[in-house]
Design a protein around this ligand. Structure first.
Ligand code: ARG
Length: 544
């Protein structure tokens, strides 16, 4: 559709003498009334309906015809557009809809802390990061996927304190990383009830900071427990990283950076502490008066490494919205420090995930752990699949695709700026805005193609809703990439599946007079459904 719109915008500009952008072309009320429409006639003075007629009369293109509908100029794709589109989709396959953007974009996502739980907030983050990276790549960018692990500091000391104090000599369970997360929650609870413990935690932190051999050994050993757990989760979620950064590797550089920034006049000493004054937005604290550096200082070291290692044009951080101020300060300071990327840093902030039971905060131990959540998803999906298709092969595999797909999709279809209220029944339903509904549309495509036993041949078909949805995939990808908005693609996935379902209910394919052309259309629908699901990071089972 991008191509059609670009050409339409060009012709409209010629016809009216006014600049018309492709973005100004909005959807027509329904595809039967054209694939898109322009409201330029409103800007020409005089009677808009007459102007629309005049403009439409001047537009000639082999790609479409223009017709005035009231004050709008509507564009109808040419007669054989459906044939050309299906041909294009079937020949380009995975590359269909690929854009021409050419920047390099770093996407940092997931970023769980060691010694703490990987919970459903991290799932939202990871689902967003996977989808965003794939979308940016499909828009044409070169994408560098990175993870950043805070494996130092107070939270580590708390967990290790409780581990030693309450679990000494215990045999760790199978999933040691998950166990640490539970111990962290326990530590927080105990420290709230009994603040005297704080002193012991501080002592342990001190030991870790000063390189005490025993403390470091325990820290390193347990750190691996968390990392092992994260890697298993990433395998299940299909999360990939080009590079892992660890705070423990870069923390040592923070004091030098603070000195450098003071030397450059970017930072200044204020009452013994070191700050960057980013007013009116706020103040970036880099070093406390006791000489210790902070989370925010480590982020300066991290950015320096990232830019030095990959020199990306842009840098995106997928991190919860509670860190909005932190990133505002970071980006300001990076600009002052002199990084060209400072202008093109973006904090993709997302809101909480809640179940009906309420909020989740890891400090209060009410978290929903990823492991419990994904297990439930797979179990529920298995039940659905068993009920719907008792003869299915590899039920476990399909249930994993459906269950994990369902929880990811319910994270992705909601704009990142909105809180998710997660509902099991809704997420796993085979109807409505869900992964199973979209996956099932693709399964139907395959069952038609398998039954026909042949591929068909592109031809002119009259299925405007479906053709319309297939044609706008490139535009949706471009918009989702430009706005850093995976939910735009997630909602499109539903519209596409819904258009296919509408087609499927109305139109007999096998044995119809247009069988060959319709089979090719079904093949194209499956290609685009699978592309969409792939970009969202959701599996597309052949059968379910
Ligand atoms: N690990 C941090 C947390 O759980 C998030 C890290 C975000 N990334 C960053 N570069 N600061 O809050």
């Amino acid at each position: 559709m991008l191509e059609l719109k670009a050409e339409a915008a060009r012709l409209l500009s010629d016809a009216t003498g006014k600049p018309v952008s492709p973005e100004s072309l909005g959807p027509a009320p329904k595809p039967e009334m054209g694939f898109f429409a322009s409201r330029v006639a409103f800007e020409l003075g005089g009677n808009p309906a007459e102007k629309a007629k005049e403009v439409a009369g001047k537009i000639k293109s082999p790609l479409f015809t223009a017709k005035a509908i009231g004050p709008y100029v509507n564009f109808f794709p040419s007669e054989d557009y459906s044939k050309q589109l299906v041909e294009k989709i079937l020949s380009e396959k995975n590359n269909y809809g690929k854009g021409k953007q050419a920047e390099s974009v770093m996407v940092e996502y997931s970023e769980p802390n060691t010694h703490k739980a990987f919970h459903i907030g991290h799932l939202r983050n990871t689902a967003l990061g996977i989808a965003l990276s794939n979308i940016l790549e499909h828009a044409g960018h070169k994408v560098i996927r990175v993870n950043y692990i805070n494996d130092l500091g107070l939270h580590v000391a708390k967990t290790l304190w409780a581990l030693q104090k309450f679990h000494a000599g215990e045999e760790p369970p199978e999933n040691k990383g998950k166990w640490l997360g539970e111990i962290y929650a326990e530590a927080s609870k105990k420290l709230r009830e009994n603040p005297e413990g704080d002193k012991e935690v501080r002592e342990l932190l001190q030991k870790m900071d000063s390189g005490d051999a025993e403390a470091i050994k325990l820290m390193n050993e347990t750190r691996e427990w968390s990392l092992d757990e994260f890697k298993k989760i990433y395998e299940e979620l299909g999360a990939d990283f080009d590079k892992w950064y660890y705070e423990s590797d870069i923390k040592g550089e923070t004091k030098e950076i603070v000195k450098e920034l003071i030397g450059k006049g970017v930072a200044k000493v204020d009452d013994g502490a070191v700050i960057v004054d980013n007013s009116p937005a706020g103040v970036n604290l880099l070093q406390r008066s006791d000489g210790t550096t902070l989370y925010s200082t480590s982020d300066l070291a991290l950015a320096k490494h990232k830019f030095g290692d990959y020199d990306p044009d842009r840098s995106v951080y997928v991190v919860g919205s509670e860190q909005k101020f932190h990133f505002q300060m970071l980006f300001e300071t990076l600009k002052k420090w002199g990084f060209r990327q400072g202008e093109k840093c973006f904090h993709l902030a997302y809101e909480l995930v809640v179940l009906k039971s309420g909020k989740m905060k890891s400090r209060e131990g009410e978290v929903i752990l990823y492991e419990d959540f994904s297990k439930e998803a797979k179990e529920r999906a298995l039940k659905e699949v068993q009920e719907k298709n008792p003869d299915l092969e590899d039920k476990e595999g399909v249930a994993r695709a459906v269950g994990i797909g369902a929880i990811k999709y319910s994270m992705l279809k909601v704009s990142n700026t909105k809180t998710i209220v997660f509902d099991w029944e809704k997420s796993l339903s085979f109807e409505g805005e869900t992964a199973p509904y979209i996956q099932y549309a693709n399964v139907r495509c395959h069952s038609i193609l398998d039954k026909a036993g042949k591929k068909g041949k592109p031809g002119v078909v009259g299925a405007p809703e479906l053709v319309y949805e297939l044609s706008r995939f490139d535009e949706v990808v471009a918009e989702a990439a430009k706005e850093y908005s995976p939910h735009v693609l997630a909602l499109y996935a539903y519209s596409l599946a819904d258009a296919f379902s509408g087609f499927y209910t109305k139109q007999q394919v096998i044995g119809s007079k247009d069988e060959a052309a319709l089979l090719a259309l079904v093949g194209a629908a499956s290609v685009v459904l699978e592309n969409t699901l792939r970009l969202l990071g959701i599996e597309a089972p052949r059968r379910m």
